[in-house]
Design a protein around this ligand. Structure first.
Ligand code: HEC
Ligand code: HEC
Length: 141
């Protein structure tokens, strides 16, 4: 092994060590090292928000203004559709799923809810009385 090659190997080894040390110092916004296992997700009770929410932009999925702890969505049934489907919304005085939920991705109108809209909570979020994970420092200018 000539000296230049040895020096190069030594350089690479030092670089790896430095990168390793830098990686260890990185921590998540929640204050954990990235190598820690994350906290288990707490099953917080979902809340009622009387009056609902304004949406921030036209195509935002509206947030869910009522608790959803008792409704589940699985292969056999969808608890949300007991009140929000075309057949049930009137009797439950609930808003009907949006018209957009009947179109497939190619723009074809379907007779029933589009499968891609089946998992409602993929887009519609409930509220929980949880403390913010990180402080919000946003300021409107
Ligand atoms: C027992 C009937 C019922 C069930 C079940 C139900 N909802 Fe609702 N939902 C309502 C009613 C009624 C409203 C109107 C606002 C209110 O009274 O809280 C509403 C409002 C909403 C809204 C707000 C719509 C808007 O335009 O702001 C969303 C989103 C929603 N529900 C989603 C869901 C999802 C997702 C599920 C299933 C996890 C679900 N709902 C289950 C009755 C129900
Ligand atoms: C892929 C995302 C997505 C999924 C999945 C989804 N929605 Fe929506 N939803 C939206 C968006 C975006 C809007 C608002 C824009 C619009 O009208 O399409 C909306 C609007 C709504 C509204 C308000 C309708 C109105 O007239 O104001 C209701 C109620 C609703 N969705 C219920 C549901 C229910 C119940 C499910 C499950 C069966 C569901 N959504 C699944 C994205 C989604």
């Amino acid at each position: 092994m000539n000296r230049q090659f040895a020096a190069m190997l030594f350089g690479i080894a030092m670089l790896c060590a430095a990168l390793g040390a830098a990686a260890e110092e990185v921590s998540s916004l929640r204050g954990h090292a990235l190598t820690d296992a994350s906290d288990p997700v707490l099953n917080k009770q979902t809340l009622a928000v009387p009056g609902g929410f304004q949406v921030g932009w036209e195509e935002q999925p509206p947030m869910i203004p009522h608790p959803i702890d008792k409704y589940s969505i699985d292969l056999r049934q969808n608890g949300c559709l007991k009140c929000h489907s075309q057949a049930t919304f009137e009797a439950n005085n609930a808003p009907k799923v949006a018209d957009s939920h009947f179109y497939d991705r190619d723009g074809n109108r379907l007779d029933a809810l589009a499968p891609r809209r089946y998992f409602c909570t993929q887009c519609h979020a409930p509220q929980a009385g949880a403390m913010p994970l990180v402080e919000n420092v946003f300021e409107r200018r």
